[in-house]
Design a protein around this ligand. Structure first.
Ligand code: RTP
Length: 157
């Protein structure tokens, strides 16, 4: 059930513009696909200031907040916003991504393999059921999230 660890969940994952600039979109999507997760929404978007501020609302008091929002909204590249679905995808997604600070991110994780500094850590992933619900609703209209099923028959012919 939604919100039960180990149950089918949805999470909001975004390749940030530094990840787009570095050509890591397919690498990041590939890691979630190969793990077995299902891509139920994706779009390329330059977030408005209100969306970026709401997305990072819990960091409003932090000294890097304005710089972070300026960067996200700069339009130097879009953000690739996605919703991924599957068992435990919120916590597992955070493991696939790795720790926020690249010094703490394990090799084999996305940040461990590709990032050097916390301010350019290329990807975002929701950190709880509550933030996933909030972020999916913030970045996507309901009709942009498409419910589909894996099948290994119908596509062959
Ligand atoms: P995210 O939400 O992006 O997955 O990151 P997180 O939960 O692992 O980390 P959080 O503490 O929520 O920070 C959000 C994002 O803010 C930027 N940041 N910059 N310059 C700095 O010291 C600093 N600290 C954090 C990072 O882009 C981080 O992902």
């Amino acid at each position: 059930a939604a919100g039960t660890p180990g149950g089918i969940e949805r999470t909001f994952i975004a390749v940030k513009l530094d990840g787009v600039q570095r050509g890591l979109v397919s690498e990041i999507i590939g890691r979630f696909e190969r793990k077995g997760y299902k891509l139920v929404a994706i779009k390329s978007v330059v977030p408005s200031r209100p969306i970026a501020e709401a997305h990072y609302g819990d960091l409003r008091a932090r000294p890097f907040f304005k710089g972070l929002v300026d960067y996200m909204t700069s339009g130097r590249a879009p953000v690739i916003a996605m919703v991924w679905e599957g068992p435990d995808v919120i916590r597992q997604g955070r493991r696939i991504i790795g720790a926020t600070n690249p010094m703490d991110a394990q090799p084999g994780s996305i940040r461990g393999d590709f990032t050097l500094t916390v301010g350019r850590n290329i990807i975002h992933g929701s950190d709880s059921f509550e933030s996933a619900t909030f972020e999916i609703g913030l970045w996507f209209d309901p009709e942009e999230v498409y419910n589909w099923r894996f099948t290994n028959e119908e596509w062959v012919v």
